[in-house]
Design a protein around this ligand. Structure first.
Ligand code: UT7
Length: 327
């Protein structure tokens, strides 16, 4: 049995339609200046009607499989992280499996919001290290535009749609995914949620137009929790491996707010030129944000063989976590 677990391919996909801060100025009482200064976001992608998460996931998966050099039948497992499933039943992973023809794969969705990709990597690594699976496709895909209240300036300027993926496989070569760290705190669930539409408050003819069918967020509370948790996740994984910030070649953080990203980098004493940022182009794409950034960093040549990479995320739940990779 191979002792190591490596990412052998990455891929990403985003809808073509761009929604800029200038467009949002026409929709709600906001400004490009406010959005840029408070969040770092300049534009985000919005999926047109008819496109669903499994479509974006398929596009990202095909690029990932091409880079990894494997076909659909060689995928043993699909772990798809999303809070925006195509439908409540079945899992979006099943719908993706059919679109890919990945007929040999075990399939599951996981719900860990913006930390979903790191949770997925952690699960994939464990299945591979126990010898149960070989090639695992881990995908983060979100269409948060479908759960956004376009009249709420507190949230509608923040989110975007997209998908990012990785193939994770066993390897005899030392390195790869060295460690993962995942945590949660359900006592703070109320600070970031979609209150209606589940079994607690099913949508009915009487409440179907209520704003609680959309994302609700207590921004400043979530901000404080994110700074604390992402700082903790980044430092804990370094501490566990005896590394320091200066040993890290690139940090790829969840892209929710440039100020949270800067605070996380500061916590591990990492200069911003060793932090990957693409929030200005996509906004917050939740579970898709880290794999989209990872894929762009790989394809731009920002990551070289042997580089030490830290992934770090925080999201609704709350959930948070990190991964340490030697590329
Ligand atoms: O994905 C993982 C979880 N999500 C996050 O990590 C996001 C965490 N939160 C944040 O990133 C920030 O809290 C926001 C970007 C959402 C907001 O930034 P903030 O600095 O925390 O602003 P605020 O909510 O405290 O609002 C400051 C002011 C308020 O006006 P008053 O009360 O001071 O008069 C808001 O009403 O800015 C106002 N405001 C806006 N103004 C223009 C809120 N949203 C907007 C807006 N445009 N879009």
């Amino acid at each position: 049995m191979e002792k190591y677990v490596r990412i052998t391919g990455t891929g990403s996909a985003a809808p073509n339609q761009v929604l800029t801060n200038a467009d949002l100025e026409k929709m709600v009482d906001t400004s490009d200046k406010w959005i840029t200064e408070r969040s770092g976001i300049k534009e985000r992608r919005i999926a047109p009607p008819g496109i669903v998460g499994s479509d974006l996931a398929r596009d990202a998966a095909l690029k990932t499989m091409e880079m990894a050099g494997i076909g659909p039948k060689e995928i043993d497992m699909i772990i798809l992280a999303t809070v925006c499933p195509d439908a409540p039943l079945p899992s979006t992973a099943c719908l993706l499996q059919d679109k890919l023809g990945a007929t040999n794969a075990a399939v599951m969705d996981i719900v860990a919001a913006c930390s979903g990709f790191i949770y997925g990597l952690s699960i994939a690594r464990s299945f591979i290290l126990t010898g149960q699976m070989k090639n695992v496709l881990v995908i983060g895909v979100e269409l948060l535009s479908r759960f956004t209240n376009w009249k709420d300036r507190n949230t509608c300027v923040l989110f975007g749609d997209g998908a990012g993926a990785a193939i994770v496989s066993p390897s005899g070569k030392p390195g790869g995914i060295l460690d993962t760290y995942i945590k949660g705190d359900g006592s703070l669930a109320h600070l970031l949620q979609i209150p209606y539409g589940g079994t607690k408050v099913p949508l009915t003819v009487d409440n179907v137009c209520h704003d609680d069918r959309y994302i609700r967020m207590e921004g400043p509370e979530v901000f404080k929790a994110a700074v604390k948790a992402m700082g903790e996740a980044a430092s804990a994984i370094l501490e566990r491996s005896g590394l320091r910030g200066e040993d890290i070649d690139l940090m790829i953080p969840h892209q929710a707010n440039i100020r949270i990203i800067e605070a996380t980098a500061k916590r591990i004493k990492l200069p911003m030129d060793r932090v990957y940022v693409n929030i200005h182009k996509y906004g917050n794409t939740s579970a898709a944000s880290i794999p989209i950034a990872l894929d762009e960093a790989v394809r731009e040549g920002r990551i070289k063989s042997g580089d030490k990479i830290v992934l770090v995320a925080f999201g609704a739940g709350f959930t948070w976590g990190s991964a340490l990779i030697e590329w």
